[in-house]
Ligand binder design. Structure first.
Ligand SMILES: *[C@@H]1O[C@H](CO)[C@@H](O)[C@H](O)[C@H]1NC(C)=O
Length: 167
């Protein structure tokens, strides 16, 4: 139980892992983002590349990218131990549709199961600065907005209806 307690302490004090579904081939540009993703929660989306950012350097985690719908079939496994970010790139499998991470431990592997599914809460434009709250929008809408944002436009290029959601 020491491990669980330790992990909870870390999560409470410093959880800041953000997962980016990038509408590009190289983890650049616009993205739909799950902000502060908790361990084992599955962040769902649909994009060719996927990045983890803001990983505390004193955490040792494994991050798994999936294709085939949600956290369906494993596509990319990253080991982060001192690195703040990783880009999961394009390979022979379909788009990334989900991702989750867990703390690396030699014990209690049975806890490594997907707990909950969460959707991206933020859309960030290619400028990396302009952000919109996308909580509650349906998946098709988010895909549509990400496609527009993926062309590299600034806030003036986004639909008017989004203005009230600007962060
Ligand atoms: C893959 O992701 C891109 C960008 O989000 C999207 O335009 C495309 O339709 C997706 N492909 C599939 C097969 O869903």
């Amino acid at each position: 139980m020491h491990f669980s307690h330790y992990v909870l302490g870390l999560v409470a004090s410093a959880s800041a892992i953000d997962v980016y579904f990038h509408n590009s081939g190289d983890c650049s540009g616009a993205a739909a983002v799950c902000t502060n993703l908790n361990p084992n929660d599955c962040c769902t989306g649909n994009s060719p590349t996927l990045a983890y950012r803001g990983v505390p350097t004193n955490w040792h985690i494994n991050a798994q990218g999936y294709s085939g719908g949600g956290c369906g079939s494993p596509k990319w496994l990253a080991d982060l131990n001192g690195r703040t970010w990783v880009c999961m790139t394009v390979n022979s499998r379909d788009n990334y549709t989900g991702s989750r991470y867990w703390f690396v431990s030699r014990r209690r592997a049975e806890e490594n199961t997907c707990k909950e599914s969460v959707k991206p809460d933020t859309l960030v434009l290619a400028d990396g600065i302009t952000k919109y709250d996308i909580v509650g929008l349906d998946d098709a809408k988010v895909d549509e907005l990400l496609a527009i944002a993926g062309s590299g436009v600034g806030p003036e290029g986004m639909p008017e209806e989004l203005q009230v959601r600007r962060k």
